[in-house]
Design a protein around this ligand. Structure first.
Ligand code: TRP
Length: 432
């Protein structure tokens, strides 16, 4: 079965080489596998939790979009979007918030770390804690459940959030599913093989240690300067060196084949000068990163092109999110008002599916309509010259749901809400 893989990238800061090796490169490689359907998004609502500087938010989301595209993300293959373009996500967040135990959020690591720190400092435990930070995991659950992802590749620090997502999904299914699994329970995927790339000083590469190698920013000059600052010992050219005494070798490993990596380490043992080793590392990285940097610069110079790509991604994501949310609204009871005789007491889902009917009228034209299980008219088409045309619209409506609905030459039935039609189309798509 095709696995749906989804991951979010918080848009604070600009990416460094560690982000590229640990997250960007493997995610893009995984998105090319034939049996996966990838959803990557810029978690810019999450960025607002940590950052109240609009210029920084703007810069970071643009830089991250360009970075992923330049690194080879194919927006035709991957559904690539900005979280804040999907209006269904905050709406789902609220539905989930209402069934999430406050006690569950009290246990979230990020929140606990903040309160522990405050307490240790003798401050009010909630000092500086916003509601955004507190309910961060609910927004993240909405990101994941909105698209019913099976797998969520994340760093180790995020595994707890996926567990919370499962808890929330299970509770929602139990309360509102009527025996049906509305939400898929997602799995966290933590790649054990991806060691954290060391920074210049050998500790984990991280902005907070000020030991990063920039990915694209600053051009090849900045790469060279950073590599020059990698800490080594004072052994002279010709003296044998321990390849594991410096971050150089591990960085080299991340960009080289096994053979090249072995040769590099052998040469160091054989006396290769540190300066020369650094030169080789720069060249090796540049071979892979150089062409990407050129694409990155090009994209950064044409923001409107990136904007277009993001808009298209959002349209694809919303074509799935909108009808699913319509179904979830039904499930929790946010329904179109209808007569009690038409109401299905206590159950929302177990019913015959809605139906399309195609027919010809006395005027010689071809028509179609969509009727609910109880026979009510949901959609009525206008007349077509050819039967084929009516058939094509039915096909599109079944395949694309609400996206096609906005374009289709149809009218809603009397006192029928768009959300009900969307839910019907989703039900049909799932039944087929
Ligand atoms: N919280 C994640 C991080 O900081 C980013 C994120 C937001 C995310 N929503 C997500 C990751 C959904 C996976 C799925 O890394």
């Amino acid at each position: 079965m095709t696995q749906r893989v989804l991951t979010g990238i918080t848009t604070t800061g600009t990416p460094h080489l560690g982000n590229y090796v640990g997250a960007i490169r493997p995610a893009i490689a995984a998105s090319r596998r034939p049996d996966t359907e990838s959803f990557f998004f810029l978690a810019d609502y999450h960025a607002l939790i940590k950052c109240d500087d609009p210029a920084r938010v703007e810069r970071s989301r643009m830089a991250l979009a360009a970075t992923w595209l330049a690194a080879g993300l194919d927006p035709e293959r991957v559904v690539f979007y900005r979280q804040s373009d999907i209006v269904e996500i905050p709406e789902l967040t609220w539905l989930l918030t209402c069934i999430t135990a406050k006690g569950l959020m009290n246990r979230a690591h990020a929140y606990k770390a903040a309160t522990d720190q405050n307490q240790a400092a003798g401050e009010d435990p909630d000092l500086g804690v916003s509601m955004g930070l507190y309910s961060y995991p609910v927004l993240m659950a909405a990101d994941i459940l909105m698209f019913n992802a099976h797998q969520v590749p994340v760093g180790r620090d995020q595994v707890q959030h996926i567990e919370m997502t499962r808890d929330i999904a299970q509770r929602f299914n139990h309360l509102f599913g009527g025996g049906e699994e509305l939400f898929v329970l997602p799995e966290a995927v933590v790649d054990a093989n991806i060691e954290l790339l060391p920074g210049l000083d050998g500790r984990k590469m991280s902005k907070s240690y000020d030991n990063v190698v920039p990915l694209f920013e600053g051009g090849s000059r900045a790469l060279k300067d950073a590599v020059a600052r990698i800490v080594t010992d004072s052994r002279l050219p010709g003296e044998p060196k321990d390849p594991d005494s410096t971050a150089l070798s591990t960085l080299f490993d991340a960009f080289a084949s096994a053979d090249e990596a072995r040769a590099f380490r052998d040469d160091l043992r054989g006396g290769l000068a540190w300066g020369e080793a650094k030169q080789r590392l720069v060249e090796r990285i540049e071979t892979e990163i150089g062409p990407m940097r050129a694409r990155y610069d090009e994209l950064m110079a044409q923001p409107e092109r990136v904007e277009d790509i993001m808009q298209q991604g959002a349209a694809r994501a919303r074509a799935l999110a909108a009808p699913f949310l319509a179904r979830l609204r039904e499930a929790v009871g946010l329904r179109a008002f209808r007569r009690s005789s038409e109401r299905r007491e206590g159950q929302t889902d177990k019913q015959a599916p809605p139906q399309f009917k195609q027919y010809r009228e006395a005027d010689g034209r071809f028509y179609f309509k969509l009727t609910a299980a109880d026979g009510r008219l949901l959609l009525q088409s206008r007349g077509f010259e050819a039967g084929r045309e009516a058939g094509q619209w039915i096909g599109r409506l079944k395949r694309e749901g609400s996206t096609a609905l906005t374009e289709a030459p149809v009218e809603l039935g009397e006192s029928v809400a768009t959300s009900e039609v969307e839910a019907a189309l989703t039900a049909l798509a799932e039944a087929s």
